[in-house]
Design a protein around this ligand. Sequence first.
Ligand SMILES: [Zn+2]
Length: 261
Amino acid sequence: MAKYNVTYSCGHEGTVQLFGKADARDRKIKYYEEYGLCQECYKKQKQEENAKLGFLIGGSVADTLSEKGEIQICLSFAGDTLPHKEEIKALGYRWTAVDASQMAYMHKPDMGWVKVVPYEHLEEEKEKAFAIGAKEAEISDRELANQKERYQEMLSEQRIYKRNLRKKAPRDTSENLEKQQMYEEKLRSLCPVEPDVIRGKYWNEKVYGKAGRYSIYPDSKRFEISDEEATALKKYLSDRAEYRKTKKKMEEEGFVLPAWA
Ligand SMILES: [Zn+2]
C-alpha cells in the first residue's frame, strides 16, 4: 500500500491510497485524473444532483416478511433530503445503508433515510411524506414489473409462513377447545373500556393525590375525581395490562384471537 498525490479532473489535488500491482495502480491514478473529483467537489456535485432530483419518496417491496408474517415495504427518501432532515427523523426514518437493488430510482445508492412498514400502511406513510413536501419518485416500467414479481414471491412466502403457523397450532382436542374458550372468556371479561373521565383525551396514565382528593390531568389539565373514579381508572389500567398479556399468550401458544379482540 502506498500514498500517491493526484490531480483530480476538477483541478484540485489530493492523496489516494492504492493497493495492488504497479500497472493496476497506474490505471487507477489515470482514472482519478481523468474522471475523479476531490472530496469537496464530489460533495458539491452530489448536492447539485440531489437538488435537481427534488425531494422524493419511494417504496419497494422488502425481501423479508415481518415477524408477524406481514409483507413489508421499504420506504425511503431520496434526492434533496438535507433541508427536511428533522421532519424525516420525526416520521421514524433511520439513516442507513440502502440496498441498491431496491433503490433503482436513486442516483448513487449508498446511504439513505429508510423505514420499513407493513404493506397495509403504505398509503398512510406516503401521505405523511407528501405532507412534508416530498413527491413520489418515478418508477420505470421495468422496475414496476420487478416490484410486482417480488410481491408475488412474498405472497408465496406468506403462504408458507401461514402453513407453518397452522402446524404449530394446538390440535383440536376437547382440552384445547376448552382452553380456547377459556381464553376468549377471559378476554371478554377484561376487555378494557375507557372510563368517561379520560375517554377521547390524552392521559398520562397517572392518578395523583389520596383518598378524598384524587386528581388526574386529561389533556394536561387538572381534573378532580371521586374515589370511585380513581378506583375505576386503576382497574382499567390493570385490566388493560392483563388483557394485552392474555392476547400475547394466546398468540404464542398458537390459539386463534377472536376477531373482536
Ligand atoms: Zn475539486
